[in-house]
Design a protein around this ligand. Structure first.
Ligand code: 13P
Length: 253
């Protein structure tokens, strides 16, 4: 089945009011492609205001795991993100797993909070270089995904997006080959098929890790690569749009 391509720009800890205004005003809708941008929390409201007349949607980059309100200094809850106009939230990004000690259990708990608030998770999975070299790719990504399914139920994946981001490809300029990425995407879709074939067929599985204008088309040509989670290149309007246009060109309708 053909799935509309989805391109998500993960701005990470980048941006300013001035830079965001310039970047967002240069982004235009691209046919047959759904575009989402994920600014830092503090820029969600202003980005939402700027995107009022646009089909581009908003994601947050993180969410509190414990509750929707309460004594959790420094945290931002799913209900608060929904009020700010976010429709999606990135969870389990490897930078959060690596630098902030986020575990599979914590990622699952965050997904529960998103489910309560009606927000859609973009669930990141991916192996380190050591895990790849040890032949553990499938074991790692299935463990990461099953933790979420076990806590939230398979129906969550009817609302969710999965992003396969091999840790060794993030910000390094190294991309998984289209065939290597396809193999993991196919494995993930087959894993979901065991639970629910219909959900698996509709599920968007994005690739992330040094996606650029010049490698996007070959990735999008793969049958189970439904778009991209883009870091660095999402901060440059022309580069991000070129990736969106590559997605449009790969759409077979
Ligand atoms: P880069 O595109 O900068 O490698 O980042 C990928 C990523 O982590 C997106 O979430």
């Amino acid at each position: 089945m053909s799935r509309v391509k989805l391109i998500v720009g993960n701005w990470k800890m980048n941006g300013s009011f001035a830079a965001n205004t310039t970047l967002l005003s240069a982004l235009t809708a691209v046919p047959a492609v759904k575009i989402i941008v994920a600014p830092p929390f503090v820029y969600l409201a202003s980005s939402y205001a700027q995107l009022t007349d646009s089909t581009i949607e908003l994601a947050a980059q993180n969410v509190a795991s414990e509750a929707q309100q309460g004594a959790y200094t420094g945290e931002v809850s799913a209900l608060m993100l929904a009020e700010l106009g976010a429709k999606y939230v990135i969870v389990g990004h490897s930078e959060r797993r690596q630098y902030y000690g986020e575990t599979d259990a914590l990622v699952a708990q965050k997904c529960l909070r998103l489910q309560e608030a009606g927000l859609k998770p973009i669930i990141c999975v991916g192996e380190t270089l050591a895990e790849r070299e040890a032949g553990q790719v499938e074991m790692v990504v299935s463990r990461q995904l099953k933790a979420v399914i076990d806590s939230c139920g398979i129906d969550l994946l009817a609302q969710a997006v999965i992003a396969y981001e091999p840790v060794w490809a993030i910000g390094t300029g190294k991309t998984a080959t289209p065939n290597d990425a396809q193999a993991v995407h196919q494995f993930l879709r087959q894993l979901v098929t065991i639970y629910d074939k219909n959900i698996a067929e509709k599920l968007s599985i994005l690739y992330g890790g040094s996606v650029k204008a010049d490698n996007a088309a070959s990735l999008f040509a793969m049958p189970d690569i439904d778009g991209a989670l883009v870091g660095g290149a999402s901060l440059i309007a022309n580069d991000f749009l070129a990736i969106c246009h590559a997605a449009n060109a790969s759409y077979v309708g």
